[in-house]
Ligand binder design. Structure first.
Ligand code: HEM
Length: 387
């Protein structure tokens, strides 16, 4: 987990499509293939719109997981057209580049406040004190989650994400189910209140759409709240650690703040926050002469695609000025990240605020990776800061 990139090099070179028995998946490691399969309609994030578990040769899910899947499968990320198209259309207006650009002043103000407090006390855990509260506050304000409840979001999200790791323990599964149930209950109550007394927020807007079922409303909010911060937190943490390990690139960025947009893309490429996404094969496919039959699962290795020398010049070099950077960190095809324009604003403002408002930032301890492979993030990032 600390060094997946060496393994990826070997996979890309020697077996771009390889069956991996421990997870019963086909690993896809080259950029061109990951990109093509994300756009290929013969694959899906789910198969339940075309087949039952039994028809796909998969065991039924344990009954205790029902409340979890009920929430997750009601969000756009886990459905395919036509349901996906309908759900995505209902919220996409709130996330267009123009709409989120109007949030920039607010994002900038939140970032400035967090960084000033961080510098005032000489630094601390950059993840807990800056990286997390920024995107959590932004998405919570968009949805209209009251201030006093925001502390609930991070733990619920982290517990739900536990189910997405490879082979989660039974305990992690139960924790994820409990978190999903609590989160759903909380959002149902909030939506009922907003239906009575609507505000300017997204929950009120969604609660006023008659064709959205209660489950879809909850599923959409859980997805937005979780996807709306989880990866952004990790890009900030992984990104700063990458800069500390590449001091000349950090110095370059300090000198020339106009590099911030390319730097953010590069940090997302160089240490990919979501290392892998899975797809079900809905019709037989062939990749590099290898037949992958219907019912199989492919693992698209984003972390590997982002270091593919066929696409990126000197892929292992961190280059904050990299211009030609078609990284795949936001995905591709119909599920392409809805929040990409918002994430970009948050990251540029957060990196910018730290560079502008702290004259020096120094790493105090080598950080440790959180356990887990798919969601790649640090436990903490202990940094000293001086204004
Ligand atoms: C740097 C931060 C982020 C990264 C790296 C990221 C990455 C991704 C990726 C890779 C997908 C597609 C997954 C797949 O195809 O299986 C996705 C989907 C999605 N993301 Fe993000 N995301 C980020 C931030 C955000 C933010 C801030 C939001 C805010 C709302 C958001 C909302 C969503 C939604 C709603 C989807 C589902 C889209 C669909 O199914 O049509 N993401 N994200």
């Amino acid at each position: 987990m600390a060094h997946p990139y060496r393994v990826y090099d070997e996979l890309r070179r020697e077996s771009p499509v390889s069956y991996f028995e421990p997870t019963d998946q086909w690993l896809i490691s080259r950029h061109a293939d990951v990109n093509a399969l994300l756009r290929d309609r013969r694959l899906g994030r789910s198969y339940l719109h075309v087949a039952t578990h039994e028809e796909f040769g998969r065991p039924p899910e344990p009954e205790f997981q029902e409340p979890f899947w009920r929430v997750i499968r009601a969000g756009m990320l886990d459905v395919e057209p036509p349901v996906h198209t309908r759900l995505r259309r209902l919220v996409s207006k709130a996330f267009t580049p123009r709409m989120v650009e109007s949030l920039r002043p607010r994002v900038r103000a939140i970032a400035a406040g967090l960084v000033d407090a961080f510098v005032e006390k000489g630094g601390g855990d950059l993840i807990a004190e800056v990286a997390e509260p920024l995107p959590v506050t932004v998405i919570a304000e968009m949805l209209g989650i009251p201030d006093q409840d925001r502390h609930l979001l991070r733990p619920w999200s982290a517990e739900i994400c536990g189910m997405y790791e490879l082979n989660p323990t039974l305990e992690a599964q139960h924790t994820a189910v409990r978190a999903a149930s609590e989160f759903a209950g909380y959002l149902k109550t909030l939506a009922t209140e907003r239906r009575r007394t609507p505000g300017e927020d997204l929950i009120s807007a969604l609660a006023g759409i008659p064709e959205l079922t209660d489950d879809e409303l909850v599923g959409t909010c859980v997805l937005l709240l979780n996807a709306g911060h989880e990866a952004t937190v990790n890009v900030t943490g992984n990104g700063w650690w990458a800069l500390f390990r590449n001091p000349s690139e950090l110095a370059r960025l300090r000198e020339d703040r106009s590099l911030l947009p390319t730097a953010v893309e590069e940090l997302m490429r160089w240490d990919t926050p979501l290392q892998m996404f899975e797809r079900w094969v809905l019709e037989d496919i062939e990749v590099h002469g290898v037949e992958i039959p219907r019912g199989s699962e492919v693992a698209l290795l984003f972390g590997s695609a982002n270091r593919d020398p066929a696409v990126f010049e000197e892929p292992d070099r961190l280059d904050v000025g990299r211009v030609d950077n078609p990284h795949i960190s936001f995905g591709a095809g119909i599920h392409f990240c809805l929040g990409a324009p918002l994430a970009r604003i948050e990251l540029i403002e957060s990196f910018g605020a730290l560079l502008d408002r702290a004259d020096t930032l120094e790493l105090r301890h080598t950080p440790a990776w959180k356990p887990g492979y798919i969601i790649r993030g640090l436990e903490s990032l202990d940094v000293s800061a001086a204004g």
